[in-house]
Design a protein around this ligand. Structure first.
Ligand SMILES: CC(C)(COP(=O)(O)OP(=O)(O)OC[C@H]1O[C@@H](n2cnc3c(N)ncnc32)[C@H](O)[C@@H]1OP(=O)(O)O)[C@@H](O)C(=O)NCCC(=O)NCCS
Length: 200
């Protein structure tokens, strides 16, 4: 890693088809909201079947959700974007290709400042930019930030049928601590959520 955290930018080279592109990983700004929402919606709800009819609504809701978190920005909350630098375009036109969020959450349903943990959400990379190490770089930035916040674990959920994400987390040192029981799994065979954590 070249330059990291204290909420700075990290510049990484990612191999593209035949050339090397540069990706900047940095905290999100309000101007990134649309690109982030698009990345999250397309990544978590691939455009197959009737779901695509709801994309405008999903994008709007996701944008507003992200805006709320960015605006309220508690001290221990970080929203990251991966931005693709295209030498033909200026920085202003650079495309958001990845996202990740971390925040400190209570371990139990009641507030106790000494029982908190750092939780990762919305790690996503646009389909056409996958398998270039972008998610791993986002993850690594999150881990370093969590360490700087004074935590020694990073925790997240993944669905049991999400093989690509499971592979990413396993190869990055995450271990499964719990398979959450689910009524939907029992009744409809929906995938269960796995709770993963890594000592960082
Ligand atoms: C999971 C996801 C974030 C990975 O993004 P990515 O930028 O392609 O991941 P990376 O290139 O950093 O891959 C890192 C490692 O993850 C694993 N991996 C990623 N995609 C994989 C795939 N399709 N098949 C198998 N392993 C995969 C590999 O071990 C890979 O290392 P390698 O390329 O050296 O073999 C991306 O596929 C995505 O956005 N998926 C939809 C949203 C999602 O499921 N997010 C996770 C929620 S828990």
């Amino acid at each position: 890693m070249k330059q990291l955290s204290n909420f700075g930018s990290l510049v990484v080279s990612v191999p593209a088809d035949s050339t090397a592109h540069q990706v900047i990983i940095r905290p999100a700004k309000p101007k990134d909201l649309q690109g982030m929402a698009e990345t999250i919606v397309y990544s978590f709800h691939p455009p197959e079947g009737p779901i695509s009819w709801f994309y405008p609504v999903l994008k709007f809701l996701t944008t507003e959700d992200l805006r709320g978190r960015l605006n309220s920005a508690p001290a221990k909350y970080l929203c990251l974007v991966a931005i693709l630098l295209d030498p033909e375009k200026g920085l202003e036109e650079a495309e958001v290709v990845g996202t990740a969020e971390i925040s400190v959450r209570p371990r139990f349903p009641w507030p106790n400042p000494s029982y908190t943990f750092v939780y990762l959400a919305n790690l996503a990379v646009k389909n056409s930019y996958r398998r270039r190490g972008i998610a791993r770089q986002l993850l690594s930035y999150c881990e370093q930030t969590a360490r700087e916040w004074g935590y020694n674990h990073l925790t997240l959920h993944v669905l049991e049928n999400n093989d690509q994400a499971k592979q990413l987390y396993a190869s990055s040192g995450y271990k499964c601590y719990e398979i959450e029981p689910s009524l939907n799994n029992l009744l409809f065979n929906f995938p269960r959520r796995l709770l993963l954590s890594k000592s960082i």
